[in-house]
Design a protein around this ligand. Structure first.
Ligand SMILES: Nc1nc2c(c(=O)[nH]1)N[C@H]1C(S)=C(S)[C@@H](COP(=O)(O)O)O[C@H]1N2
Ligand SMILES: [Mo]
Length: 397
């Protein structure tokens, strides 16, 4: 077991395999949740949330690079049984009531039939940071690492849909992956998108991530990539696409991944909207400090720099501001290079270390879509859209 304290002290190294349930006492446990590292096959040690279904988040140290390494990328599943898909027998089928015909592709056919395209985009779980909600909400208690930034390469979903013909009555497109429900268990993970978002040129069927074949745990051999929208729509191990004239009524559209209607900004999924709840859609403007963790000590008079990432729904980051007095004075940070509008944007700003004592630093990003990270959380029963201003307590000595 590697505890949070061990990680903070930079002692992470040994990875315990087995002994999954137990946790040992530790002095910091009262302040910070204990984090256990575990390495899945073809992954480095990630923070274990649950083993079945596999839910593993990326440690902060692995979120420092522009693109999150494939072996460090977070893993999220709803079903306990994740089949290993054999690319030789794998087929992608497209059709549906609002398609003119059906068609089936092998991976090689997809590569041959369509233009290969890439997009840099953030994949962030709707429930990223759920573990920071107070009061606590049920669900995987994610900290900061249910997200990552990668270059996704594949073919446009639009091109595939046009190959089977999109009829005028098409309303939604439904996506199913190779993972399936067990009898009496959690319903099969099936998602739908509005036809317009499905036809958007940025929506891809990706088979590569950062220039390599998709890792098994991130959806091999092909997954949906919906830049700007939360990762719940990014169906992994994609096997079936159906163009339909009606709102898809599955559990994962009508019962889960919903937020109160009219409360959050972002695209509205009209055909799925109800009086009380509506599907979560686009990511909200957000930021993550990667240079420091709360409790870090800085040396008085020594140069220190705060840095991290800011992102939104693809509108683009307008500015990032940093306060080091608990939110009274805000200074504009330097923005890093533009990796693409669906990727995250780096920010940096020196921290003033001329005076000793505790300091509270805070980071606030503003999107070109006119929204800014809020101070207060908007409570919602499933613990989605945690994007409040992040603050750290640092000590200058
Ligand atoms: N087939 C399948 N695809 C899925 C899911 C799933 O349970 N099964 N979970 C979705 C959710 S909620 C998230 S957050 C992302 C996580 O992507 P990752 O595991 O590649 O990080 O996958 C999405 N695609
Ligand atoms: Mo998710």
């Amino acid at each position: 077991m590697i505890t949070r304290r061990g990680m903070l002290a930079g002692m992470g190294g040994a990875v315990l395999v087995g002994d999954l349930g137990s946790s040992s006492g530790n002095a910091l446990a009262a302040e910070a949740p204990e984090l256990e590292l575990f390495a899945l096959r073809q992954k480095k040690a990630l923070i274990k949330q649950t083993f079945r279904p596999p839910n593993f988040e990326t440690p902060l140290a692995d979120l420092r690079s522009e693109f999150t390494a494939n072996d460090a990328f977070f893993v999220r599943y709803h079903l306990a049984n994740i089949p290993k898909v054999d690319v030789r027998t794998w087929r992608l089928r497209a059709g549906g009531e609002s398609a003119s015909r059906t068609h089936e592709w092998r991976l090689d056919d997809l590569r041959r039939d369509f233009e290969k395209v890439s997009v840099a985009a953030i994949n962030q779980c709707s429930g990223n940071r759920r573990g920071l909600f107070t009061p606590r909400v049920p669900g995987v208690q994610w900290q900061y690492g249910a997200m990552g930034n990668a270059i996704w390469t594949g073919v446009r979903l639009r091109d595939v849909l046009q190959k089977v013909g999109v009829r005028p009555d098409a309303l939604e497109v439904v996506f199913d992956g190779a993972d399936a429900a067990l009898l009496g268990g959690t319903p099969d993970f099936v998602k739908s998108l509005p036809i317009e978002r499905a036809l958007d040129e940025n929506t891809l069927i990706a088979f590569e991530m950062n220039g390599h074949p998709l890792p098994h745990w991130n959806g091999a051999p092909a997954r949906l990539v919906v830049p700007g929208w939360t990762a719940t729509y990014w169906v992994k191990h994609l096997t079936e696409i159906r163009i339909v004239p009606k709102a898809y009524e599955g559990f994962w559209m009508q019962k889960a991944y919903r937020v109160p209607t009219g409360v959050f900004p972002g695209a509205v999924f009209k055909s799925q909207e109800g009086m009380e709840t509506t599907p979560i859609t686009e990511m909200l403007v957000n930021s993550l400090i990667t240079s420091h963790e709360s409790g870090a000590r800085l040396t008085r008079g020594q140069r220190a720099e705060l840095s991290g990432w800011a992102w939104d729904n693809g509108a683009g980051i307008a500015k990032v501001e940093i306060s080091q007095d608990g939110g009274r004075v805000w200074r504009g940070a330097m923005l890093g290079r533009d990796l693409g509008r669906f990727a995250w944007r780096g920010f940096t700003l020196p921290i003033d270390t001329t005076q000793g004592g505790p300091i509270t630093v805070a980071v606030r990003a503003t999107s070109r879509n006119g929204t800014q990270q809020p101070e207060k959380l908007t409570p919602n029963p499933s613990g989605y859209h945690h994007n409040i201003i992040q603050t750290l307590q640092l000590e200058v000595t």
